[in-house]
Design a protein around this ligand. Structure first.
Ligand code: PMP
Length: 387
């Protein structure tokens, strides 16, 4: 019998939608992809050049298990410049994307049955990571009426003897909202008082259009931060991320990195090093996302969608669609499937992000203005014809 924990793992619904969309494309149908959380840009050309050079130079051997020192030193500078925090290269673990970094930190912290607090809604894969590390999930609801911030009193009541960690994500997937510094401070104080760990997934940092996203490291050094090159640097398939850990956990994490992964891809590490120097290209991408965000928000409003909270970061709009899911037994999955079949627009069903996401649709604006416009036109037609 296989590991029974894994039989409880849910599928990542956005991938189900994407796979069906790809089938339709193979049949010759045109699909507008507003479901995937992946920049439609190429990495900056300096990244491609650095990677080509790495291959030409035969930079193809295993690297240090924590990643090449040059890249970790560059990340130390990046955190100093962008957040004013002093870190050491030894605190960084370069991983094959943020996902393995999360796997490492959860396996580091969790004994069987210990709890991790997740928000509802949250990134669809988090619960499955916790399950795979033999942990239990406790959820704290977050509400659009409260900007999806975390209520410290509620959190305080939720923490029990088995609570080991809480996972934060700001700017958040799927809501696009940012936790203000004060909220992060309240959570950090509680974690200190009640003795649980904080893991902050900061993969959408830099993709901020309104207000400011603080790194949890600006508030406490006693936390784990996950970040990576997939989103801001448009390097999803190159698979490069990192974990920042308090120094005291580095020896055991290093053993994990050595055993589980040996090291991250050597060529992608050279690419990431170049990416950190591409401020101008990165800013251009951020400006384009900013434009698309305004465009999509306006278009959704014109279609009759009402948002209680305006997303400030990432590249998502988490949109209440209860008036449309009504017809589908309140199922956002059935609605998203119906929209895909009838209009060729891919959207992510809110239920992917937890029970409180039901009735919502997540729109990704990691697509061109023309495609967003076409998607909105098709949706307008759908609403007029089918509802
Ligand atoms: N965290 C969040 C919130 C995400 O949305 C994603 C990707 N969709 C990841 C982590 C994983 O990203 P990667 O492994 O590509 O770094």
């Amino acid at each position: 019998m296989i590991n029974q924990t894994l039989t409880k793992m849910s599928s990542f619904l956005v991938m189900d939608i994407l796979e069906r969309a790809q089938e339709l494309e193979k049949q010759g149908k045109n699909v507008i992809h507003l479901e995937v959380g992946e920049p439609d840009f190429c990495p900056p050309s300096a990244v491609k050049e650095a990677m080509a050079k790495a291959i030409a130079d035969n930079f193809t051997s295993y690297t240090h298990s924590q990643g090449i020192l040059e890249l970790r030193e560059a990340l130390v500078d990046y955190y100093q410049v962008n957040y004013g925090v002093d870190l050491e290269p030894d605190q960084f673990f370069i991983t094959q994307g943020t996902s393995p970094a999360l796997l490492m930190v959860l396996n580091l912290l969790l004994n069987p049955e210990e709890e991790v607090i997740l928000t509802d809604p949250c990134y669809a894969c988090y619960p499955n990571f916790v399950l795979a590390a033999q942990g239990r999930i406790k959820t704290i609801p977050i509400y659009p009426e409260q900007n999806y911030w975390i209520d410290p009193d509620h959190l305080s009541n939720l923490v029990g003897p088995k609570t080991k960690a809480m996972l934060l994500n700001s700017p958040a997937n799927p809501t696009g909202t940012i936790l203000p510094k004060q909220n992060l401070e309240e959570i950090a104080n509680l974690a200190y008082e009640k003795n649980f760990f904080l893991i902050s997934d900061e993969i959408y940092h830099g993709l901020v259009y309104q207000d400011k996203a603080n790194s949890l490291l600006e508030i406490t050094k006693e936390c784990f931060v996950l970040n990576g090159f997939s989103k801001l640097f448009a390097m999803t398939g190159l698979r490069l991320g990192f974990l920042i850990s308090p120094l005291k956990f580095v020896p055991i994490l290093r053993k994990m990195a050595q055993n589980f992964f040996i090291c991250a891809n050597s060529i992608a590490q050279k690419g990431a090093l170049a990416a950190l120097k591409c401020q101008r290209e990165i800013q251009e991408m951020v400006n384009t996302f900013a434009q698309r965000r305004i465009f999509l928000l306006k278009g959704l409003k014109e279609l009759g969608f009402t948002l209680k909270v305006i997303p400030q970061g990432a590249f998502y709009v988490f949109c209440p669609a209860h008036h449309l899911t009504q017809k589908f037994n309140n199922s956002s999955l059935l609605l998203a499937k119906d929209i895909l079949e009838k209009t060729g627009v891919g959207l992510t069903p809110g239920i992917d992000f937890g029970p409180r996401g039901e009735g919502f649709l997540r729109f990704s604006y990691a697509n061109s203005l023309d495609n967003i416009q076409e998607g909105l036109d098709r949706l307008a037609n759908y609403i007029n014809t089918w509802t």
